[in-house]
Design a protein around this ligand. Structure first.
Ligand code: UDP
Length: 323
């Protein structure tokens, strides 16, 4: 198949491109390198069937041409990282909502399938654990930057479903839960790359809030496998799927685990949320996915244990930092 990956030079996009190329598919990437990096796709440049455009999805003629040349669009281009989102809410909303609208509009002309990457953030403050795709979404007030991200991605979902129902566009929506792995940069505040960098450089490991908040981390390799399978499964069209792991860990335990696996002497330092993000920042105390829907349809399973995920990222980071 011919795939177009928007945001294909990013962390998830570059792993996806690699996996598709290995399976013999053709891959075209569009990325403006705002948060992606050429380094992520450097090794793919000479592969057969790979093309890339360093440009924005807001370049409408180019986007149309790339969509026309593909069979399926995997739309990953979006604002990433809670820190960046809180700092740049205008960019976040514009990029997410207008960007997705442009992609859907380009796809509908030739009825190209679109797989939209959404996020577990849309569950917001829901307390119905584990989160099911059919569950209610509980969003906080509009004066808190974080919720603008959740709402912008939720609007993307509504828009994709509207295009499907009203215009017959084949769409698949996935909600990604804390996806991690090599190449994810700590630059945008994500916890695992941050902790690993700090541990490897002997800096204090910064735990925000009490550290009792929990997350479930999934290896990008498992997510990529599911993205490919869902993009090929006709029964996935018009549906929303959670993708994540059921292995829950508190952030404080995570800090201790990273420290142990990295054999680091770093201290663990607690930092209040208002210092880490902004005054009145609201964090999710818990986030656990129910992935039975994706498991039943495409056999999705998070296969990599957290300790192995951390070891994999540490090895990658050591290589990058020449340690
Ligand atoms: N976090 C932390 N230290 C860091 C970065 C993040 O304690 O250096 C916390 C953050 O407050 C959240 C969790 O780790 O409770 C996961 O953060 P991340 O930004 O990776 O993903 P989120 O689940 O918030 O989207």
């Amino acid at each position: 198949m011919r795939y177009l990956i928007t945001g294909g030079a990013g962390f998830i996009g570059s792993h996806l491109a690699e996996s598709l190329l290995e399976g013999g598919d053709h891959v075209s990437v569009i990325d403006d390198l705002s948060t992606g990096s050429m380094r992520n796709i450097e090794h793919l440049k000479d592969r057969r069937g790979f093309r890339y455009s360093i440009d924005s999805i807001f370049n409408k003629p180019l986007l149309s041409e790339l969509v026309d040349d593909s069979d399926c669009v995997i739309h990953l281009a979006a604002a990433v990282g809670v820190k960046l989102i809180v700092e740049s809410p205008v960019r976040t909303i514009t990029l997410n909502v207008e960007g997705t609208s442009l992609v859907l509009d380009a796809a509908v002309k030739k009825r190209k399938k679109v797989l939209l990457a959404s996020t577990s953030e849309v569950y917001g403050k829901s307390e119905s654990f584990p989160f099911r795709e059919s569950g209610d979404l509980v969003i906080g007030p509009s004066n808190k930057g974080r919720w603008s991200y959740a709402c912008s991605k939720l609007l993307d979902e509504f828009l994709a479903i509207a295009y499907h129902k009203e215009k017959g566009l084949p769409v698949v929506i996935v909600r990604l839960f804390n996806t991690v792995g090599p190449r994810q940069t700590g630059q945008y505040g994500m916890v695992i790359p941050n902790f690993i960098k700090q541990a490897l450089h002997g800096q204090p490991i910064t735990v925000y809030g009490s550290g009792h908040q929990t997350r479930c981390f999934v290896h990008v390799r498992d997510v990529v496998g599911a993205l490919v399978a869902l993009s090929r499964e006709p029964k996935a069209v018009g549906q929303v799927f959670n993708l994540g792991s059921g292995q829950e860990i508190s952030i404080l335990e995570l800090a201790r685990l990273v420290k142990r696996i990295a054999k680091s002497q770093s201290s663990i330092r607690r930092i209040p949320y208002n210092e880490a993000y902004e005054e009145g920042f609201e964090d999710m105390p818990r986030r656990v996915p129910d992935v039975s829907k994706a498991r039943k349809l495409v056999g999705f399973k998070a296969t990599v244990r957290l300790a192995d995920i951390i070891a994999d990222i540490i090895e990658h980071q050591r290589r990058c930092d020449g340690l």
